[in-house]
Design a protein around this ligand. Structure first.
Ligand code: GLU
Length: 470
């Protein structure tokens, strides 16, 4: 396809989206200046000895806004990372945290590496060295800057970083809070792994609860009546797909790097996950047809499209071909500024990244609270709640001869454990944030959910800066 878009950079795309909102909602011009500036970027180049050869690695950590501390955002390992990208992603983190009321500033880091080229031992060495560089320069600590998994990193890398931090700062009693997204054996929280994907599903569920919005956009039916195509079958894609599948939606297409698969009848996501981990590909999955060029699947007919892989996948080149009515951004920045405009002209509904994929950082916040308070959520009150539930049942039974249904008894005597608390905290966050967005959309007469999400964020950050002084 011919490239008809003279590409603005990722950072310019984000800046233009922020600018558009600023012109509509009357933000203090000084604050606007601050928010278009990345506060600091650390660039490191460090040597690591791998199989008797010295290799030099190149990494960054960008801190966009420190209006709240710590700053928060993932660390990605990829061959596409560069300073501009981490700066753009760091600014998205600032806005994302504000939208979902996570009291952190925004940051992002990256290491220029193809992790597949290294064995586990070498990767551990490289990750720990990178972590030590960040720690020594004040870009990684529970109070100042807390990374999390992102593209190319996972629980495993977070564990290595935690180990590096612990050995450099053994006196820090809060050491477990220096990263989130760790394994549950080392202070991680149940549900963090799935949180971004589950958040995507919660965002869609909340949208479908607002019948006015559905009518405005001529959308019929419930979430479970919709057909869905997902681009990306990594952590975010898989967990969005599972949550939506569990909610009865039909996933008809999945796109991955090597190509895509499609089936009008729907794909069994749990089977596909198993298949992918055995075969290392999603192609040739039974009862589906292969789609040669993964990007083509974005233009197939469906109700909801979820880009959950890279930034900049929907551009002026393919915006016109998108048939889905709703696009829910599981990835950060999958739609360019100009494509966004085009899609809105075509009356598409876009549920924006800084809201739709904020479930990850929301549960990261819960994990950080758990680590800094040094106690598992629910530990103090679970048994108490259960005793109370039993007492209520006994009281009712003593004054009534009617039997209480078994499932109601089960519900009443169930004390919330950590998983329950996290799931309900995530759901509540996604619901109230969307309601804030709707309020702002109406108040400032904004034409998209993206603008309303930015409006929520910008207003909160402005308030924070003005109250504390610049
Ligand atoms: N990397 C994730 C994101 O882009 C999570 C960030 C975090 O939990 O700090 O939102």
């Amino acid at each position: 396809m011919k490239d008809i878009e003279k590409k603005p950079t990722f950072l310019e795309n984000v800046d233009m989206m922020v600018n558009d909102t600023i012109t509509k909602i009357n933000i203090d011009s000084n604050i606007a200046k601050i928010l278009k500036t990345c506060r600091s970027v650390l660039q490191v180049k460090f040597p690591v000895k791998i199989k008797n050869q010295i290799e030099i690695f190149h990494g960054w950590r960008a801190v966009h806004s420190t209006h709240r501390l710590p700053v928060k955002g993932g660390l990605r390992f990829s061959t596409n990372v560069n300073q501009e990208e981490v700066e753009a992603l760091a600014s998205l983190m600032t806005f994302k945290c504000a939208v979902v009321d996570v009291p952190f500033g925004g940051a992002k880091g990256g290491l220029l590496i193809d992790p597949k080229q290294y064995d586990e031992e070498s990767l551990e060495k490289i990750t720990k060295k990178f972590a030590r560089e960040l720690i020594r320069k004040g870009y990684l600590s529970p109070a100042r800057d807390v990374p999390a998994p992102d593209m190319g990193t996972s629980q495993r890398e977070m564990g290595w970083i935690l180990d590096a931090y612990k050995s450099l700062r053994p006196d820090d009693i809060n050491h477990a809070a220096c990263v989130t997204g760790k394994s549950t054996d080392h202070g991680g929280i149940k549900g963090r792994l799935e949180a971004t994907g589950r958040g995507v599903c919660e965002a869609l569920k909340e949208f479908f609860r607002h019948s006015n919005e559905l009518t405005k956009h001529s959308i019929d039916g419930t979430l479970s009546d919709q057909t869905i195509i997902i681009q990306g079958f990594g952590n975010v894609g898989i967990n969005s797909a599972k949550a939506l599948y569990d909610n009865g939606a039909r996933i008809i297409g999945v796109a991955e790097r090597e190509g895509g698969i499609f089936s009008e009848d729907g794909i069994d996501i749990y089977q596909l996950e198993k298949y992918q981990s055995e075969k290392q590909t999603i192609l040739n999955f039974p009862n589906t047809q292969n789609v040669k060029k993964s990007i083509d699947l974005l233009s197939y007919k469906c109700d909801i499209l979820i880009p959950a892989a890279l930034e900049g996948v929907i551009t002026l080149n393919n915006a016109d071909t998108i048939q889905a009515k709703i696009i829910c951004e599981g990835a950060n920045g999958p739609i360019t500024y100009r494509a966004n405009k085009k899609l809105l002209e075509k009356k598409k509904v876009i549920i924006p990244d800084i809201y739709a994929n904020a479930g990850g950082v929301t549960v990261s916040y819960f994990e950080w609270i758990r680590n800094t308070s040094h106690i598992r959520m629910g530990r103090l009150n679970k048994r108490y709640e259960e005793d109370r539930g039993e007492a209520i049942i006994k009281a009712i039974q003593s004054i009534s001869d009617k039997n209480i249904p078994k499932n109601l008894i089960k519900q009443l005597v169930h004390g919330a454990n950590e998983e329950d608390i996290i799931a309900s905290g995530l759901e509540d966050t996604m619901r109230t944030s969307f309601q804030d967005m709707l309020e702002n959309k109406e108040k400032y007469d904004l034409d998209s959910y993206r603008m309303s999400a930015y409006a929520v964020a910008l207003k909160k950050i402005e308030k924070s800066y003005l109250e504390l002084g610049i």
